[in-house]
Design a binder for this molecule. Structure first.
Ligand code: GSH
Length: 233
């Protein structure tokens, strides 16, 4: 029995859900719209973060570790279009692929901390570290743009890689929230084209990232936010 604990908006969990769909794996969805108490979260993971994944007796957290496990344990049965990679890191380019992935996760960590601080009442304008975290996002995007080839492929050739999926999840997360961050994606043409291509995949459409700001308590089937107290959109 496979189970995934996640919050609706988490980009880390969204990437894991996309990989689960790409692999055609069923799982029980333990979805939380808001963050539960420390005690409840600690029952699933000492990091108090989502996602956490269970596969039989095995419990895993840290989204990258979960996806590495999935790729090394399961094979994609039926690919539509460009196939999912069969490994997290190419043996012949292990350090390059690991460096790209770790840098993408640093982007995701900076973005989610900016988001969590914003909803705790501290914005980029009010805090030097958050301003620097926002600067980090554009420096990382610039570096990643240079890691992509001009041939329209993702970070690994002829496949959809976990590097591609996590970057897409993190960038779309930033774009789906009023964080005061303008990524200027049009300046990163190869990244922008890659993300547009990924958005067309069934696994991405089945796990959309939707607009969120305080007061959003759910979504209509088409993704329109439902606000607390309004009873409507
Ligand atoms: N390194 C972790 C980061 C996960 C993460 O930051 N999750 C956020 C939601 S997007 C979270 O659970 N935040 C609550 C907290 O940090 O206490 C991973 O890759 O799984």
């Amino acid at each position: 029995m496979r189970t995934l604990l996640f919050t609706t908006g988490s980009p880390f969990a969204r990437a894991v859900r996309i990989v689960l769909d790409e692999l055609g794996l069923d799982y029980e969805r333990r979805e939380e719209i808001t963050t539960p108490s420390v005690e409840q979260r600690a029952a699933a993971t000492p990091t108090l973060q989502v996602p956490t994944f269970w596969d039989g007796d095995l419990t895993l957290w840290e989204s990258g570790t979960i996806v590495e496990y999935l790729l090394s344990t399961y094979r994609q049965k039926k690919a539509t279009g460009i196939p999912l990679t069969s490994h997290a890191f190419r043996p012949e380019f292990e350090w390059q692929d690991k460096l790209v992935f770790a840098t993408i996760q640093t982007f995701g960590n900076a973005a989610t901390i900016i988001s969590q601080m914003k909803w705790s009442g501290i914005s980029i304008e009010q805090n030097a570290h958050l301003r620097r975290s926002a600067d980090k996002l554009s420096h990382i995007l610039g570096w990643l743009e240079n890691q992509l080839n001009d041939d329209g492929e993702g970070f690994l050739p002829r496949c959809v890689s976990m590097q591609d999926i996590f970057l897409a999840a993190h960038v779309r997360f930033v774009q789906a929230r009023p964080l005061g961050i303008e990524l200027g994606l049009s300046n990163y043409g190869k990244v922008a084209a890659l993300l547009d291509r990924l958005d067309e995949r069934e696994s991405f459409k089945a796990n959309p990232i939707w607009w969120w700001e305080p007061g959003v308590v759910g979504y209509q089937p088409d993704g329109t936010p439902i606000y607390k107290d309004s009873g409507a959109t």
